[in-house]
Design a protein around this ligand. Sequence first.
Ligand SMILES: [Zn+2]
Length: 472
Amino acid sequence: MKRRDFFRNTSLATVGLGLSPLAFGAGQTHERLKKGPKKRAKNIIFMVSDGMSSGTLTMADIMAQRQLGRSSFWVDAYRTGLAKRAMMDTASANSLITDSAAGGSAWGGGVRVYNGRLNCGENGEHYTPILQKFKQLGKAVGCVTTVPITHATPASFCVCNESRKNQPEIAKQYLDLRFDVMLGGGKEYFDKGLRKDGEDVFGLFEQAQFGVAQSKSELDSLKNDERPVLGVFHTSALPFTVDQNTDTSLQAQVPTIQEMTRFAINKLARNKDGFVLQIEGGRVDWAAHSNDTTGLIFDQLAFDEAVKIALDFAEKDGETLVIITTDHGNGNPGLFYGKESDVQFDNLQVAKHSNYWILEGEGIERNITTSTLIERVHYAQNYRLTDAEAKELVDWINALSEEDIKNEYKLPYERLAQLQKKYTAVGWGDMHHSADFVELAMTGPGSEMLTPFVKNYELHNFMLVAAGVEVK
Ligand SMILES: [Zn+2]
């Protein structure tokens, strides 16, 4: 596509949304973008804690204060005034409640699309993804995530595809794009032994002169490699942080979001024309969908440490815009009042495992007994269910078929979370995404253009303008 077309597309694309001035966002943002940044951003680091409701950010900050004696780095950026703060409207083209594909596409393509789509309109429109635009401008680009690298949020910055479900196809779309670093999970979409079509997609990347890593040590061996790097470290999503923290074999095998963030920034920063990087704490959303409090908070804190790595780089570099946000709320959890709430919440600090591990991890089996489950939960999260509570869960699990016991949607995640509230003081509103307006933080060159209220799709042009790209 010719350069001019693309930017024409950019503005056209936004205008395509019914030619309303709002397409350029509320007046304020448009006015600020028209003026442009005081100083151009050479690099952009776009950080997404997927499905992070405000209660999730709050609980992670409280746990950091009480366990680590410090604020979370995200909230600290507010406390110190380092970051500007705004609220963001996350609706999609066909729903007040977005999914991650449409939520990411609003940023990635600059247009609201239907849930489930990646930068594709209902009349076959294709909106050029932001990383393709920046790659054409000579920037180094890439994505890091804790879920499959082909999943909705990273894919929304990279490709156009009718459906987020086409992950096997998206894996091959990445081959043609030759982006500089792509790190996450999702071996099931690359490995010939796991792909339904048996195609050796890892092999295709090697033949195409990519550095391919499937373990932490393999990634380490590529740190000075000039080739584009594909790193895929687990069958599906990477393990929950709380589970990896107590599993030395996982620690040896799978890089953390902090390690992948450092690798990606070090590699991309070698490009003289700058870089654009998306970093996603994707499994925050998966924990929220299953009301998995320990999975949620420890993954949010790991994401928060990746935020620190990005902020430290930006502080030293001085030419980097850091955007920290979420694509939508999920489950709207919160720490609720009770006589023992503070003590109960503090008890989560010593958790060894997630609810995912309790219900699907090593050692869970059919015909589990009440006492075994009570011991399992106590080992994982340091409190004892009553016999009646454990019996309710055991009866549920043991009533499941061989097949259903492997299906997370059939497992008693919601009931377990309801029973846990008595011991953790953490309650949940639902198991789905919410329409909540969400957190949006920015620091660095261009952040002065941020207005207090933003619509998700406005961030597309915001990034282009902040990087000094003229958007008509
Ligand atoms: Zn979700």
